[in-house]
Write a protein that binds this ligand. Structure first.
Ligand SMILES: O=C(O)c1cc(=O)[nH]c(=O)n1[C@@H]1O[C@H](COP(=O)(O)O)[C@@H](O)[C@H]1O
Length: 234
């Protein structure tokens, strides 16, 4: 069964922890991104780990190889479950990160590459000089990430079927931009429902506001789990 990663994007630490305390660490993982890490630092990650949650540290590192590798090592020292870098940082940057993580043996976090952000449309990609459009760019960056030794990529679920075919079963596909029927699309562009995302080949569903802003977050999580079980015919 695909795992659910709840994206914590809160300006207030207490509000985030009140939400977290309604969730069950046996049923989801948590993602800490730039906003919360910048405000509250490693201590916040440790507070989540102390509550039994595995943490995806989503800082999307993108820098020269030496700096990116040192940042990834710092994440590994923090004991996170998963960390990510922009695949567009290039082969040498990704290889340097993979080498650095080898020092952590079996305990190393999963290293995932960000391909094309799910908020970007093809016309916006053209503006930044990525003329091929989302699908082809995601395929190209995913191949580069796999060749560089990464464990998988972040992509939209729309791109998952062709990636699953091209990259094989072992390559992890982490998909944000998930919108259950009951939730608003917000600023996301390339969205899909949880069941369709799993059918498309997604391993990990990153879901933020549809759970964190729900009146009853645990009920929203259960509704999503139910949708997933029903779609598997369980
Ligand atoms: O790396 C990510 O997690 C990520 C990549 C991407 O392409 N799109 C994307 O939305 N995300 C993250 O996934 C989460 C989605 O949150 P919601 O839109 O609230 O479900 C946010 O924390 C984003 O930072």
């Amino acid at each position: 069964m695909a795992s659910i990663i709840v994206a914590l994007d809160f300006a207030d630490r207490l509000e985030a922890l009140q939400l977290v305390d309604q969730l069950d660490p046996a049923r989801c993982r948590l993602k800490v991104g730039k906003e919360m890490f910048t405000r509250f630092g490693p201590g916040f990650v440790q507070a989540l780990q102390g509550r039994g949650f595995e943490v995806f540290l989503d800082l999307k590192f993108h820098d020269i190889p030496n700096t990116a590798a040192a940042a990834v090592a710092s994440a590994a020292e923090l004991g996170v479950w998963m960390v990510n870098v922009h695949a567009s940082g290039g082969r040498r940057m990704m290889e340097a990160c993979v080498r650095e993580l080898e020092n952590f043996g079996e305990d190393r976090p999963f290293l995932i590459g960000v391909t094309v952000l799910t908020s970007l449309t093809d016309s916006e990609l053209k503006e930044i000089g990525w003329e091929e459009g989302a699908g082809a760019t995601v395929n190209r960056l995913s191949s580069l990430a796999r060749e560089s030794g990464l464990d998988g990529v972040v992509c939209s679920a729309a791109e998952a079927p062709s990636l699953r075919d091209a990259m094989g079963a072992d390559f992890r596909l982490v998909t944000p931009g998930i919108r259950p029927a009951f939730a608003a699309q917000g600023d996301q562009q390339r969205v899909m429902t949880p069941a369709k995302a799993v059918a498309a080949g997604s391993d990990d569903l990153v879901i933020g506001r549809p759970i964190t802003r729900a009146e009853d977050p645990m009920a929203a999580l259960v509704a999503i789990e139910q949708e997933l079980s029903e779609s598997r015919g369980v």
